[in-house]
Design a protein around this ligand. Structure first.
Ligand code: CMC
Length: 429
């Protein structure tokens, strides 16, 4: 931490407030505003646009340059040379595993893929037409009712077991939520398959026939998980940290993260992209929708475009676009009408002055939606898949917080409501 200081001069006060400035290894310096509270002042930063909520060593993003590093490694290198579980190890432990460490880690994840048999009956409480994200919010939170031996958050061993359980069981629960919605039997995991293959097996397999999983689709699925693995202090990760700061158990915290991810401005965007493409319906209507996106009086936004942090390009989108091209070529379905609309929309938005000026580029969800559709994943499962991939990031951040020093998160507010007034009895209102 540096010795630099900022002086905050406040009109009408004699002495400026001295605020320490800290430098990280990368990124902007931060001003520690803690001393302001004792001076009767809070900072005001709606949407936490310029607030660093914690110190972290996991992921670094430079939105202006389009850089995303996990533990220092660029995302495109990980996407090309690594796989999802190896990236999980990196995020959790800070280093790439040796061959033996990787084997042990993968083996342990595989041994945790089954869920308590009673969870199967838990599903019966949901309507068949429930959204899979609604089911995930419920069943992931309910894991804390099944795995009492990994709830002691101050015990490192408990935290480790909870991490393995969550990473391993998320694909199982995700596939179960889909099978339940279509009235098909749940598939048990097959631990001879790798992580992505196993997920596709549980999604598309049935107990009467052997699964036949395409290695190209499994590789694409693995890359989707990898590219969603972590993204520093986004809305859902910050939610997990905030829930965790009260001492809540890891399963409850991850359920909170899933809820935050569901919204269309965050993880729900991949589903919203496909819904938007369906609503557009034909290439001839694209101009009309682009005009709506530019109209200040119309709340419509082009889903899959823009990002809070990336104001150049989303490096995940670059890799995802390559993967999308690969999958479409492999499957020979580049004549799909919705994909045609997506491609045209991308071209128009990339050359339109409004989008260029506001630096609105296609984001990761634009291309992941296209790949998932090509793989045959139903739209309602898109955000669930994001949640499966992001689980490791949530756990890594939660664990980083719990194993260091932390306080309960408690933001303040700029109060603009009534000043004190006296209660009025009902007959006088
Ligand atoms: N279509 C049309 N205009 C847009 C869009 C869009 N998708 N996104 C932003 N704008 C405009 C916005 O109206 C505003 O215009 P003005 O300056 O004239 O008021 C300007 O661009 C800046 O937007 P903002 O809302 O201040 O930006 P933000 O950082 O608060 O929002 C966002 C970021 C991702 C919520 C937003 O770009 C958006 O709603 N995009 C569509 C949803 C989406 O694709 N979300 C997935 C994000 S990537 C996955 C993830 O990490 O979760």
């Amino acid at each position: 931490m540096s010795e630099k200081k900022a002086s905050l001069v406040i009109e009408g006060r004699e002495q400026p407030i001295q605020l320490p400035i800290y430098s990280g290894t990368l990124g902007p310096d931060v001003v520690d505003v803690g001393a302001m509270t004792s001076e009767g002042l809070f900072t005001y930063d709606p949407g936490f646009v310029s607030t660093a909520s914690c110190e972290s060593q996991i992921t670094y993003i430079d939105g202006g340059k389009g850089v995303l590093l996990h533990r220092g490694y660029p995302i495109d290198q990980l996407a090309e040379h690594s796989d999802y579980l190896e990236t999980c190890y990196l995020l959790l432990y800070g280093e790439l595993p040796t061959k033996a460490e990787k084997e042990e880690f993968v083996g342990t994840v595989h041994r945790h893929t089954m869920v308590n048999e009673q969870i199967r009956t838990f599903f019966n409480g949901f309507r068949r037409d429930a959204h899979p994200m609604a089911i995930m919010c419920g069943v992931v939170g309910a894991l804390s009712a099944f795995y009492h031996d990994s709830l002691e958050i101050s015990d490192e061993q408990h935290r480790q077991v909870a991490a393995f359980r969550l990473i391993a069981k998320m694909p199982t629960l995700a596939a179960m939520s889909y099978k339940y919605s279509i009235g098909m039997p749940f598939m048990y995991p097959d631990n001879s398959l790798d992580y992505a293959e196993n997920f596709l097996h549980m999604m598309f397999g049935n107990p009467c026939e052997p699964s036949n999983i395409s290695p190209v689709l499994a590789r694409a699925m693995d890359r989707i998980f990898l590219l969603h693995a972590d993204h520093e202090q986004n809305a859902s990760t910050s939610t997990v940290r905030l829930a965790g700061s009260s001492g809540a158990n890891p399963f409850a915290c991850i359920a909170a993260g899933i809820a935050a991810l569901w919204g269309p401005s965050h993880g729900g965007a991949n589903e919203a992209v496909l819904e938007m493409l369906q609503e557009i319906g034909d290439v001839s209507r694209i101009d009309e929708f682009v005009a709506r996106a530019k109209d200040k009086d119309d709340p419509f936004r082009l889903m899959g475009f823009g990002h809070r942090v990336y104001k150049n390009f989303d490096p995940r989108a670059k890799v995802m676009k390559e993967a999308a091209d690969e999958v479409l070529a492999e499957l020979g379905i580049d004549n799909d009408p919705l994909l045609g609309i997506a491609k045209r929309l991308e071209e128009i938005a990339l050359s339109d002055e409004y989008f260029i000026e506001k630096k609105l580029y296609p984001n990761v969800d634009f291309y992941s939606g296209i790949i998932l559709k090509a793989i045959g994943i139903p739209t309602s499962m898109f955000t669930v898949i994001f949640a499966v991939g992001r689980t490791v990031g949530w756990i890594a951040h939660w664990n980083e917080m719990i194993s260091g020093s932390y306080r309960i998160g408690r933001p303040r507010q700029l109060y603009t409501g009534y000043t004190q007034r006296d209660f009025v009895p009902v007959e006088k209102r």
